[in-house]
Design a protein around this ligand. Structure first.
Ligand SMILES: O=P(O)(O)O[C@@H]1C[C@H](O)[C@@H](CO)O1
Ligand SMILES: Nc1nc2[nH]cnc2c(=O)[nH]1
Length: 336
């Protein structure tokens, strides 16, 4: 049975409230409609969009009240990888536009719906479409669904993305299991955790040294061998840039020098948010294009059509890979 939950079943509409964090008297942790720039006399501070614990809880409750599926694993489908969610059975589907306070997906290859269902026999919730900074959403808004997953009851996040390969060993269509990330946007002072901290989600200063669960990295490589795709599956370091433009040759050379194996426009802030609220994380990149480190190779400019096409071509293998990891995680959760 597949159910699509429509807007008319939605009594819960929570209005975002504009709020200045320096106005005193409250936590300053209230959802905002849009970025609000305070002038110099107000402290010359630009506020990010933030969703309060209460608003995230309302979204989580909205979903949980409309499905009987109780997932422990949340999945984010990357560009061209949305068909992962099409593999789910017995689904309850929520269009983003019908979920109170949810943003909408504006990128081709991101359908824009939250799908609850079963991958094999494991209940999961999957975002068929994520939110990117370049769409005009702040990082807190891009990552808000991760907190919703936590409040729905998830203990694990699987994040997938399409990325450009910098490591010369990577071929188009390969999978890079994310070993670690470099938070370039964080270096520039942009974090999904910016603003007042709500300890119900997690601590003010969360560690990131073990952001990607080493056990699942090992498990994924074992699964790859069992699937006889061991030589197509690598381990590496991912970084997210703001986009939407792809990188210059000089930027790519710099990233490679920094030890980065794949570059994209997502995932890092979702993982920071997930670790803040103590979700275990597994992530992988589908290498959809090789990054040009050479000015003469003008025929291999990155483009989104190629990204989505490679995603579609590799959807079957990515879905199988994900399904097997989900099964292992689920077995381990049951045996705890
Ligand atoms: O959502 P992901 O990170 O998979 O999408 C990547 C980054 C950009 O959104 C897009 C560029 O082609 O693909
Ligand atoms: N930033 C970035 N994102 C991507 N997503 C897919 N390919 C790429 C790429 O080459 N660069």
């Amino acid at each position: 049975m597949t159910g699509t939950i429509t807007a008319d079943q939605s009594p819960v509409i929570v209005k975002h409230t504009k709020h200045r964090t320096n106005s005193g008297g409250s936590t300053g942790y209230i959802a905002q409609e849009q970025n609000e720039t305070l002038d110099a006399s107000d402290g010359a501070h630009v506020l990010e969009e933030a969703y309060s614990y209460e608003v995230c809880k309302e979204i989580a409750d909205y979903l949980s009240e409309r499905t009987a599926i109780r997932p422990k694993i949340g999945i984010i489908c990357g560009s061209g990888l949305g068909s992962l969610a099409d593999e789910l059975t017995n689904t309850d589907i929520f269009e983003y536009e019908n979920i109170p306070n949810f943003p909408v997906s504006t990128v081709e290859g991101h359908v824009g719906r939250m799908v609850f269902g079963y991958l094999g026999d494991v209940p999961v919730m999957a975002m068929q479409g994520r939110f990117h900074y370049y769409e005009g959403y702040g990082l807190a808004k891009c990552s808000m669904p991760v907190r919703v997953m936590k409040l729905v009851g998830c203990t694990h996040l699987i994040a997938t993305n399409a990325a450009g390969g910098l490591n010369h060993k990577f071929k188009v269509g390969d999978i890079m299991v994310v070993r670690d990330h470099v938070n370039m946007m964080g270096f520039a002072g942009n974090s999904p955790l910016q603003g007042p901290n709500d300890p119900r989600f997690g601590p003010r200063f969360p560690p990131m040294t073990r952001a990607y669960d080493a056990h699942y990295i090992k498990t994924a490589k074992k699964i790859a061998k069992e699937m006889k795709i061991g030589s197509d599956v690598h381990e590496g370091v991912y970084t997210c840039l703001g986009g939407p433009n792809y990188e210059t040759v000089a930027e790519l050379r710099m990233l490679k020098t920094l030890g980065i194996d794949a570059v994209g426009m997502s995932t890092v802030h979702e993982v920071v948010t997930a670790r803040h609220c103590d979700l275990k994380v597994f992530a992988f990149s589908l290498i959809t294009n090789k990054c040009s480190l050479d000015y003469d190779s003008s025929d291999d400019d990155a483009n989104h059509e190629e990204v989505v096409t490679v995603g579609k071509n590799r959807q079957h293998i990515c879905a199988q890979f994900t399904r097997r990891i989900v099964q292992v995680i689920s077995d381990e959760i049951s045996n705890q």
